[in-house]
Design a protein around this ligand. Structure first.
Ligand SMILES: [Zn+2]
Length: 159
């Protein structure tokens, strides 16, 4: 997604844990423990992937995107589809996304990555592009420039 930033990738931890599972040092029961909430989030908001479950090797994994942030208010901690994330990324300044993979067959689950989304990740030019959702300051500025002088100054500053 365009405003994606501060990505933290958990594939190393995932690989290390799977090594423990495959060698028998960690039991499958310990890692295949998806909660009923996670499973229902996977069912209703999850994104199917082409990645085969690394534990049971029978089902493809589902990715669930959880969102956190002050601007989300009561939606914080809920799961959202990728389409919904794109919409939120254009309206909110900043929110955190946690991507969790779940196997709906054996209940394996693990954090895949986390990142920030939101308009704060856009460059000034993109944020100023008039889609009607620019933040208050930008709207006020453009309203004051009857002769376009502020717009010109901004562009010069950007060079
Ligand atoms: Zn599985």
């Amino acid at each position: 997604m365009r405003t994606q930033r501060q990505v933290v990738d958990y594939s190393l931890q995932r690989r290390a844990l799977l090594r423990e599972v495959h060698s028998g040092r960690v039991s499958r029961y310990e890692v295949c423990d998806a909660s009923p909430y996670l499973k229902s989030a996977a069912r209703f908001h999850g994104e199917p992937t082409e990645i085969l479950c690394p534990v049971c090797r029978r089902e493809n994994l589902t990715h669930v995107h959880y969102i956190y942030g002050d601007e989300l208010r009561q939606s914080a901690g809920q799961a959202r589809t990728r389409a919904e994330l794109s919409m939120l990324a254009m309206t909110l300044r900043e929110f955190q996304v946690y991507v969790v993979e779940v196997c709906r067959g054996c209940d394996w689950n693990h954090l895949v990555e986390q990142y920030l989304l939101g308009r704060d990740g856009l460059s000034d030019d993109e944020a100023g592009a008039g889609d009607g959702q620019a933040d208050g300051a930008a709207v006020a500025t453009s309203a004051m420039t009857a002769d376009g002088s502020t717009v010109r100054r901004r562009r010069e500053a950007g060079r």
